[in-house]
Design a protein around this ligand. Structure first.
Ligand code: ZN
Length: 498
């Protein structure tokens, strides 16, 4: 775009051009990925989104989603073109108000060429009009969209955004969200944050949601269906909104008996992790057939099957712990998943300890001794598990054992200062496993590289359990007994589908 052919008679103009520094005159396409070693195509380069405004219409009977997305961003380099991630069909794109050329590349890359190249450091607005049936979109042979008898749901990790809105789809680019969804009267649209308004006209009801703190794209969620909604406020004034599919069958009671305790769980977690970082709490449970839960920001997603054996508050603890560990402080690259899952699992151990159903030490001992050294479990490195093992049980259980080893090494006083300080230190940002190691060393004033290398990065069973390594006598007998909470916590092991 910036190249010119010089003809005689325009030398004056050419001279002027030559006076411009080369860097300012050089425009290049933005990268098609964010540089994540596990998911090279995830996210894009060259710009940073600050806000998504999504105005959507969804028809539960046909699964047709129509949308206009307005993205506010800042350019990080001189751009001749740039990418967004989206699986649906696009009809029009405007950049800074002007029509732009666009083309789909592969399954999820939307390449946009603005009418004029974009200079580095400038604000940018992008409007994308799009439509399609999310259930028909396959990316890598997979769909993140749950089609339900009464609607559809977007809730998946590491990605679900491409099934319902165009984005820079990587946790490194967080933004605030306004999500406004029109659905037929009698249906509800559930998303993140606070329900700002709800209004009905000519047979359609529009729900307007606001998530006003930085949010990763995979933590944005949408559910359309027929829900019973409960609302309240916490003691500290946070709005609570829970939504239960009208179609939960026998699981309905157990689901409510768990999710209605979200405010209590959040209050308890604030005592450990510090102030809750977002503008609302709650949970929602659509009539999906999956078996996992997900920490969608402010309002986790739960599957009915998680409550098949009765109430399970432990899964609520796990997903709400993620609001600090995962949502406010997010992974830098996906290989840093331990800073999410290790701590969400460990918070379940702390809940068990509080409830008198087994201490974290007892759970760590049991997790350690119930897996022989030749179990493939020990070959997974929680600190860098690889994309195939990103959500392996080892990231959770061995990941939590690493945290118990840290606790034994530094003592409770320093340990709980670390747990509370970390979400403040990296609030609303991103962090790496190495950042945590450095932070824990700084707070505890102890060298911890060897301990974390043993527990997070060696593809073998550590030679001594978490307690023994800290020279605490192992409490277990030859045949360790499973702590009372073990089974309930194990029921949350299908937390992610892949
Ligand atoms: Zn989790």
């Amino acid at each position: 775009m910036h190249r010119r052919i010089f003809a005689p008679g325009v030398l004056a103009a050419a001279t002027l051009l030559l006076a411009v520094p080369a860097s300012a005159a050089s425009f290049a396409p933005g990268a098609p990925g964010m540089g994540d070693p596990y998911y090279p195509a995830a996210g894009n380069g060259g710009y940073d989104v600050s806000h998504y405004d999504l105005r959507l219409k969804y028809q539960p009977a046909t699964d047709l989603l129509e949308g206009t997305a307005t993205l506010l961003a800042t350019t990080k380099q001189n751009l001749s073109s740039f990418h967004l991630d989206l699986g649906l069909d696009v009809s029009e794109v405007r950049v800074n108000g002007r029509l732009a050329r666009f083309a789909k590349e592969g399954e999820q890359e939307l390449v946009i060429t603005p009418a004029a190249p974009l200079e580095k450091g400038k604000s940018l607005s992008v409007v994308v009009r799009y439509a399609g049936k999310p259930s028909e979109v396959r990316i890598g042979g997979f769909t993140a969209w749950h089609r339900t008898p009464d609607g559809g749901v977007a809730a998946q990790e590491p990605d679900s955004a491409a099934w319902w809105f165009p984005s820079n789809d990587h946790p490194l680019d967080k933004a605030t969200y306004d999500v406004s969804v029109s659905v037929p009267d009698g249906s509800q649209a559930i998303s993140n944050g606070v329900l700002q308004s709800q209004s009905s006209k000519l047979g359609w009801t529009r729900f307007a949601w606001r998530s006003n703190k930085p949010q990763a794209s995979y933590l944005a969620t949408l559910a359309v269906g027929r829900f019973d909604v409960t609302t309240d406020r916490t003691a500290s004034g946070l709005p609570v909104l829970n939504a239960y599919s009208k179609d939960l069958g026998d699981h309905g009671g157990a689901a409510r008996a768990s999710i209605e305790r979200t405010a209590e769980v959040t209050e308890w977690l604030e005592g450990i992790f510090g102030p809750y970082p977002f503008n609302a709490i709650g949970g929602y449970i659509p009539n999906v057939t999956s078996g996992y839960a997900l920490e969608t920001q402010t309002r986790p997603f739960y599957s009915p099957r998680q409550f098949a054996n009765g109430a399970n508050v432990s899964v609520v603890v796990h997903e709400m712990a993620h609001q600090w560990y995962g949502d406010s402080v997010s992974v830098h690259h996906w290989k840093d998943i331990w800073i999410n899952e290790g701590f969400a699992r460990y918070s379940q151990w702390l809940w068990s300890e509080k409830e008198g159903e087994g201490t974290a030490q007892e759970l760590a001992d049991h997790a350690y001794s119930s897996r022989p050294a030749d179990d493939p479990f020990w070959q997974v490195k929680p600190g860098d598990p690889g994309p195939d093992k990103q959500f392996d049980i080892a990231v959770y259980d061995r990941g939590a054992m690493a945290i118990q080893a840290l606790r034994n090494k530094v003592g409770d006083e320093a340990f709980f200062r670390i747990l509370k300080g970390w979400p403040q230190q990296y609030a609303y940002g991103n962090a790496k496993v190495s950042d945590f190691v450095r932070y824990a060393e700084k707070v505890s004033k102890k060298p911890l590289a060897e301990l974390f290398d043993t527990w997070l990065f060696q593809p073998s069973k550590p030679s001594a359990p978490a307690a023994a390594q800290a020279r605490i006598a192992p409490r277990s007998a030859a045949k360790p007994v499973a702590p009372k909470s073990w089974k309930k916590i194990a029921e949350t092991n299908t937390i992610h589908e892949h």
